[in-house]
Design a protein around this ligand. Structure first.
Ligand SMILES: Cc1cn([C@H]2C[C@H](O)[C@@H](COP(=O)(O)OP(=O)(O)O[C@H]3O[C@H](C)C(=O)[C@H](O)[C@H]3O)O2)c(=O)[nH]c1=O
Length: 194
């Protein structure tokens, strides 16, 4: 019995859904959450070098949309370990036919489902319950100098967040993030300066 099921996303095929098998018994359940060999066979090669863990106190908290610019781009293997989130990935690779397209999926602690978001994609999520915790592996270290983001409510991406604008909780940093179009202008300025 394979301990994991892997499925390419229908909208962004480089994003991979991971469904671990739960072995239930009268005590509760057990599940493997990561295996380098079968994950590599499914295209989630790693190696992962950093684990992150965030807790959000209130439902309606939106973190993102974040990504690190090359050469510090990060692939992320995301799992909700308490509560529920709507997890979102956006293709921000200039040359991609899916540039600017978004996908979303609900992840919750009960299902243990994971999402792999490759390098070149922005990541964000909205919590659907109070006291929600998310853990994720990254395949590159945190690099604050290359830590960028785009506005969660960029109309050109049109993510259908499950919380009305007035009820969303964001960091000041995330509220000030540029649109994808404005980020690209900034990026070309940075490239000229190099
Ligand atoms: C990401 C990161 C942050 N930090 C420090 C920097 C700040 O002082 C503090 C909070 O960082 P930030 O506001 O960027 O955290 P989130 O808003 O949860 O951002 C994360 O959540 C979205 C959904 C992501 O996909 C990214 O992995 C990440 O950007 O932790 C670190 O020390 N190391 C790190 O790897």
């Amino acid at each position: 019995m394979m301990p994991f099921e892997f499925k390419q996303d229908d909208v962004l095929p480089q994003v991979i859904h991971v469904i671990p098998k739960k072995f239930e018994d009268p005590r509760g359940w057990f599940a493997e959450t990561y295996r380098a060999d079968v994950f590599a066979e499914a295209g989630i090669a790693g190696p992962f070098v950093q684990d992150n863990h965030s807790r959000s106190a209130d439902a309606g908290t939106i973190r993102g949309l974040h990504f690190q610019a090359p050469p510090y781009a990060q692939g992320k293997l995301v799992r909700c370990v308490k509560g529920r989130i709507l997890d979102v990935a956006v293709d921000v690779r200039r040359s991609s036919p899916n540039f600017g397209r978004a996908m979303s999926v609900e992840l919750c602690a009960d299902s243990g489902a994971q999402l792999f978001i490759p390098r070149g994609f922005a990541h964000g999520f909205c919590t659907l319950e109070d006291d929600t915790e998310v853990v994720y592996k990254t395949d590159a270290y945190y690099a604050p100098s290359h830590d960028y983001g785009i506005a969660h409510d960029d109309p050109a991406i049109a993510i259908d967040w499950p919380v009305p604008p007035h009820a969303r909780i964001l960091s000041d940093k995330d509220r000030a993030l540029p649109s994808l179009a404005d980020y690209l202008k900034l990026e070309s300025i940075h490239e000229e300066e190099r």
